[in-house]
Design a binder for this molecule. Structure first.
Ligand code: FNR
Length: 185
């Protein structure tokens, strides 16, 4: 039985390097992983307690269901001003209002940036936020891709060293998900 993966992207733009990273991760991932990209982040409104009191938006409910159904949450994101992109943080804030969704959820984080730190500071911030929400975040290996614009060709991540490391990362993520299967909620 394949392990279901819910992939979330912190970038919304069409030509996103992080999308290329996710595509490459999907290609090198072990066959045991069935990776589904949640492509509705832009539909999630700003968190608003009044809106929530009227009823949680359908897009948020859909994201919660996608995460609940997954054996692994894979978050692929750039860093904006050394931190988590607002849209991604907003979506996770909405999801966290149902505590059973993120608590105990096996989670892997990665990211690519055009800068020299390759999202390490975003990842540190996201890991801290995940301490509060209770995600079981894979600690090692980590993957942060700096200068990503130099590592792509024709819309694809082609850098051999990055792809090799990514292959090991996805294998480790599959093992992490298997190890922690059934610990959600
Ligand atoms: C950036 N970028 C960036 N890069 C980085 O390494 N550290 C940073 O703190 C920031 N900050 C930042 C803020 C904002 C608002 C933007 C739009 C961009 C550059 C970033 O790495 C680059 O735009 C990537 O291409 C964004 O990822 P996607 O959209 O290609 O996936």
């Amino acid at each position: 039985k394949p392990l279901r993966v819910c992939a979330l992207l912190g970038s919304l733009r069409q030509g996103s390097y992080n999308r290329m990273l996710l595509n490459a991760a999907t290609e090198v991932a072990p066959d045991s992983l069935d990776i589904q990209f949640f492509d509705r982040l832009r539909e999630i409104p700003l968190y608003d307690g009044d809106l929530e009191a009227e009823g949680t938006p359908e897009s948020v409910l859909a994201l919660r269901e996608a995460i609940k159904a997954a054996d692994l949450l894979l978050i692929v994101s750039p860093e904006y001003n050394r931190d988590i992109p607002g849209g991604l943080k907003n979506a996770l804030d909405w999801v966290s209002r149902d505590k059973s969704v993120l608590s105990g959820k096996p989670t892997a984080i990665m990211g690519a940036s055009t800068g020299g730190f390759g999202t390490t500071r975003m990842q540190a911030a996201l890991r801290l936020s995940c301490v509060q929400t209770g995600n079981l975040v894979m600690t090692q290996p980590e993957i942060a891709v700096p200068f990503v614009d130099k590592k792509v060709e024709d819309g694809r991540l082609t850098d051999a060293d990055t792809l090799k490391f990514l292959t090991g990362f996805m294998k480790a993520a599959a093992d992490w998900a298997t190890l922690h299967q059934g610990q959600q909620g």
